[in-house]
Design a binder for this molecule. Structure first.
Ligand code: SDX
Length: 430
């Protein structure tokens, strides 16, 4: 989108340059600084990209002040209530919600790609049984690059679509394999007669000796968790996928870069960190101690599951996740779950505390997801892998959009250099 408006950059005496101002369909305008260096010899400086738009995108829109999240224009609340995760995958990838025939074909296409090449099993044998699932995910998803040379022409729209399907279909299988490997149980193969989430839950819980039929309430809860995690604009891991993809790296390698970035505790690792924090706090009487630690500038402790770079109001996903928490705990007869009650009290106290109010620190999507996943019987080490399972569709949709963008070029930021200026190597360095 372009606009006739511009922004003049001036110093005390004259105009250094005039930069175009661009508008999207909604949200903040942008100042197009692509010509800034050639016109002024200066770079912009924005560590953490707090005020930087890295691309054009039509996939997800966030209004952090209003607590709004839209996937292709649809509010997350409506998608979470009225759609399935597979429908949302279609929406994110193809821009529109599917009709029944389109959904049936898309879901069947995914089902037909849920198995991994049998030699993928061998990669697991190299890991210790107690390896973190995200370490295994980085290894195994990256290794998929070695199996699909037949369809990795990134400039072919058809190849990009089949790569997207393969990734959305195989990541749950690999996540379940990570869990089975850590428990010393044999891998369970996907069943084509099952839906996406049922299939995953069976691969996680069934054994060759004992099948598993998922509780529909729990299936719906996990389906909603995947919807809430499916995409989130230009977050750290999605930006990582885009940057990796801008060099022409294959999609399996790019998604692997996203998985690696998501693992960080400040990002997707927060759900596991929330549960560990609640276990450490242990009881309501100790909440004050941890709130004080979170406020202490000299203490690196942060209240995990609170705060967000964009949401300076409630994260709409946190509210939906809290509702899901209630549903799952009620279904499992855990309404008096100690962890959940501790979380509710921690949320109440934090939201009344001046520090959190002043810094606009609200619960984010990760605050309640760990409790739900814990109640579903998923080990905390697996939480971020579940996040990756939901986010794969977002990553691959952004990757596809970037490759198709005519303005796309390799990402190569500059810097503010603060090191030594030129100097000679001293002759006698004895
Ligand atoms: C996700 O980007 C996305 O969209 C991410 C995500 C997605 O879907 O992809 O939404 C998923 O990553 C959610 C966030 C999960 N992370 C956590 O819950 C970890 C705890 N949160 C913080 O680490 C922090 O809030 C961040 C990383 C989420 C955001 O950090 P910012 O935007 O860089 O903000 P900041 O670190 O500059 O903090 C601003 C102030 C600081 O104090 P001052 O230096 O101004 O005095 O708020 C304080 C921070 O110390 N602060 C916190 C805090 N978060 C920020 N203080 C205590 N506890 C916290 N959780």
């Amino acid at each position: 989108m372009t606009d006739s408006r511009s922004l003049k950059l001036t110093n005390d005496s004259d105009t250094l340059c005039e930069l175009p101002v661009l508008s999207g369909t909604t949200g903040p305008d942008v100042v197009d600084v692509q010509s800034l260096y050639s016109k002024t010899g200066m770079f912009t400086y924005d560590p953490g990209f707090t005020s930087t738009a890295s691309c054009r995108s039509s996939i997800t829109y966030i209004d952090g002040e209003a607590g709004v999240l839209l996937y292709r224009g649809y509010p997350i609340e409506q998608l979470a209530e009225q759609c399935t995760f597979v429908e949302v995958c279609y929406l994110l990838l193809y821009s529109e919600l599917p009709n029944n025939a389109e959904l049936k074909e898309f879901a069947n296409n995914i089902t037909m790609h849920t198995m991994v090449h049998d030699q993928v099993n061998n990669f697991f044998r190299g890991f210790r049984r107690d390896a973190h699932p995200m370490a295994i995910m980085v290894g195994v998803v990256g290794a998929l690059s070695a199996f699909y040379h037949d369809a990795m022409d990134i400039h072919s729209k058809e190849d990009r679509r089949i790569c997207a399907i393969r990734l959305v279909a195989k990541v749950p299988t690999i996540v379940a394999m990570c869990h089975k490997y850590s428990t010393g149980s044999p891998f369970m193969y996907p069943q084509n007669k099952l839906g996406y989430v049922e299939n995953f839950m069976r691969m996680m819980q069934a054994t060759p000796c004992d099948d598993y039929e998922a509780n529909p309430v729990l299936v719906k809860a996990l389906d909603r968790i995947l919807i809430l995690h499916a995409d989130h604009e230009q977050n750290a891991s999605t930006s990582t996928v885009r940057l990796a993809g801008s060099s022409g790296a294959n999609p399996f390698a790019c998604i692997t870069a996203g998985i690696a970035c998501l693992w960080g505790a400040a990002h997707g690792g927060a759900n596991e960190a929330v549960l560990n924090m609640l276990l450490e706090i242990d009881n309501v009487s100790r909440i004050g101690l941890y709130i004080d630690k979170a406020k202490d500038k000299n203490d690196p402790f942060r209240l995990m599951g609170f705060g967000h770079r964009v949401y300076k109001n409630h994260d709409p996903r946190a509210k939906l996740m809290r509702e899901t928490c209630h549903e799952v705990l009620n279904e499992l007869g855990l309404r008096d779950d100690k962890m959940f009650k501790l979380a509710l009290e921690l949320e109440r106290i934090a939201l009344e505390d001046e520090y959190f109010i002043a810094k606009k620190l609200y619960p984010n999507v990760d605050f309640y997801s760990g409790i739900v996943l814990h109640a579903l019987g998923i080990p905390s080490k697996m939480f971020t892998a579940i996040f990756a399972m939901g986010r794969t569709i977002g990553w691959v949709s952004h990757w596809d959009e970037m490759i198709a963008d005519p303005d796309q070029k390799i990402g190569r930021p500059r810097q503010l250099y603060t090191g030594q200026t030129r100097r000679d190597v001293p002759p006698n360095r004895g």
